[in-house]
Design a protein around this ligand. Sequence first.
Ligand code: AHR
Length: 513
Amino acid sequence: MRVKMILALTATLGMLSALHAQENKVYFNVDQGDQTISKHIYGHFSEHLGHCIYGGFWVGEDSPIPNTRGIRNDVVKALKDISIPNLRWPGGCFADEYHWMDGIGPRSERPKMVNTHWGGVVEDNSFGTHEFLDLCEQLSCEPYICGNVGSGSVEEMSKWVEYITFDGESPMANLRKKNGREKPWKVKFWGVGNENWGCGGNMNADYYSDLYRRYATYCRNYGDNRLYKIAGGPNVDDYYWTETLMKKVGGQMQGLSLHYYTVPGTWSKKGSATQFDEQEYFTTIGKAFHMGELVAKHSTIMDKYDPQKRIALIPDEWGTWFDVEPGTNPGFLFQQNTMRDAIVAGLTLNMFNNHCDRVKMANIAQTINVLQAVILTKDEKIVLTPTYWVYYLYKNHQDATLIPVKFNANKIKYQGGEMDAISVSASRNAEGKINITLVNIDPNKAQSIAGVLNGVNAKKVSGKILSSSKVSNYNTFETPNAVTVKEFNGAKVNGGQLSVSLPAGSIVQLEIQ
Ligand code: AHR
């Protein structure tokens, strides 16, 4: 009898400790934090590549698809609903072979070119500077223009800035007026080249640094327009590039870009966007987590030269990169988008939020029909991908104050290592509302969170969730709402205690008051 009781007690204690081990402990220092999560972390990227611009944003004025001056109304509405803060254009690799003067004036007279990087298709330049800036005005977002260093001249870049921003009598301002735009536009974000270690000229860091200084000198601030100049930054873990630019360019740039893509396989066999097993899922997520290490290490180098953090680290190309969908043009980079992509987006945006002292802007690649797109289009049809819904869930972080978070997460073991089962970030807005975004990376198990809210007496919690029965699920043109956001009732708050049960493979947003 006694032995039986002891055995039963031991079993119960064992279960309790197992349960305890399953709980993720998260501390939110709600009354602390002085860093702003710049809204520009939630930026997007649009290149003349595949059907991002043509068919994605632009259908032309004569299209039966509802549009405003050639720009799709459904796309504008969808992007406004996630409060898109900025849009990068015209590339990517395309930027360093783009000559902006080919894209102004009457469309029928614009010269055509071959888009050598992306499918060798004919680019008719019908979407140019005026169309892009009209798009940004329709979206109420800031333009981020990337100038051509690789094959363009200093004069060409300098004149582009003058054409867009000079208010008064000048050759370029007069040309702009002749082309129908009397008043200049405001443009803040200005990229001086793209991937200049690769498609943007195959330069070395020293040579590009010198070139950057020369190009940037002639990108003038006209009137009260102030350019925020962004240098072409390192590829992945090229720390020498960062060190060189910090040393040689320093305060002549306001931002340094960083490019890193999540590729589960190799560049020649990346893996399917929709057909993947559990091992490939974890490999993908593990590689997405690598962004955290990259941001931390590049930031450490930047800290050495810029301890006051005046120069931003800007991952202006990031996201998943899989094999193209079978039967589509390999040069168009069209891929589907599953819950796995949403989880990559959720944990990456949490990492950017948590590094907002240095990361002040980021751009997922790319907005429509290319790589990790938030929108897919087919003629008049539109699909909002799971990644779109992550931006919808995270939009309250924009320009809010980062709440410092510390946590002990359960670990997931997989072939290749170990990773946290959850990802978290939190912020406080101007009215004092707390916004928390949580990702359960585990595709099989729910994760419970025991949260401690230091410095607040919380009374109310409401939530939204993005989840699906499988992490490989996605939306199609036939079933556009298969994966979408729903109300979430799995969180409870009481004073300083928060408990959440996160379903397997899900992303949750909580608002606490
Ligand atoms: O986003 C696709 C391409 O990836 C971009 O054009 C280039 O900058 C990067 O290599």
